[in-house]
Design a protein around this ligand. Structure first.
Ligand code: ZN
Length: 191
């Protein structure tokens, strides 16, 4: 899929909204992205994850791992397409860890998946888990790179789309100056 095709799916499914948004950080932005909105449709999840699966097709992979909750759909779908095992890490006392009897063997080849990467915090945590088990990170695949290519995991990495996050302090927000209604994503006012 081309960048234009991907963007059109994001817009059609309202994963990508344009307007004037109050972000959880308190900053304002003209765009808001919610990956779950596109991944709720299996056909779109399949197509996007196919790009990730294809990118790592030549690599030796035993297992796909993802951080819950965001990475679950992507990890499962990429693993399904590659016909590999899928496990996930989840937060316990704010720290990601393997639970539910999940484990990794020494030297096991692992592909890390995620939906959206902004600072990459969760992915870095999952990489640390893989390394702590003496398993091997083969690469990192994710749907959207909101750092616009700035995040570097130091392993082969692939995203279906790179996006720049432009946000403003409320005092400096040009959208406020234009008197465009400010909405909190998830509220009914979002169009
Ligand atoms: Zn504003």
């Amino acid at each position: 899929m081309t960048e234009t095709e991907i963007l059109s799916i994001f817009k059609k499914t309202e994963a990508l909204l344009t307007g004037h948004f109050l972000l959880t950080s308190g900053r304002h932005s003209d765009r808001y992205f919610q990956c779950a909105k596109v991944l709720q449709y299996p056909e779109h999840a399949e197509k996007l994850c196919k790009m990730i699966a294809n990118n790592f097709k030549g690599a030796e992979i035993d297992t796909v791992i993802a951080p819950a909750i965001g990475g679950l759909v992507v990890g499962q779908e990429v693993a399904r397409q590659l016909n590999k095992r899928f496990i996930f890490a989840e937060r316990e006392d704010k720290k990601l860890s393997l639970r539910r009897g999940f484990s990794l063997d020494e030297n096991e080849k692992v592909l890390v998946c995620e939906d959206v990467v902004t600072t990459g915090g969760s992915v870095f945590e999952v990489i640390d888990i893989v390394k702590s088990k003496k398993a091997e990170v083969v690469g990192v695949g994710f749907i959207v790179d909101r750092s616009n290519g700035k995040v570097n995991f130091k392993y082969p990495q692939f995203s279906t789309l790179k996006m720049e996050v432009v946000s403003y302090l409320p005092d400096e927000c040009p959208l406020c100056k234009e008197d465009i209604e400010l909405v909190k994503p998830g509220s009914r006012k979002v169009k």
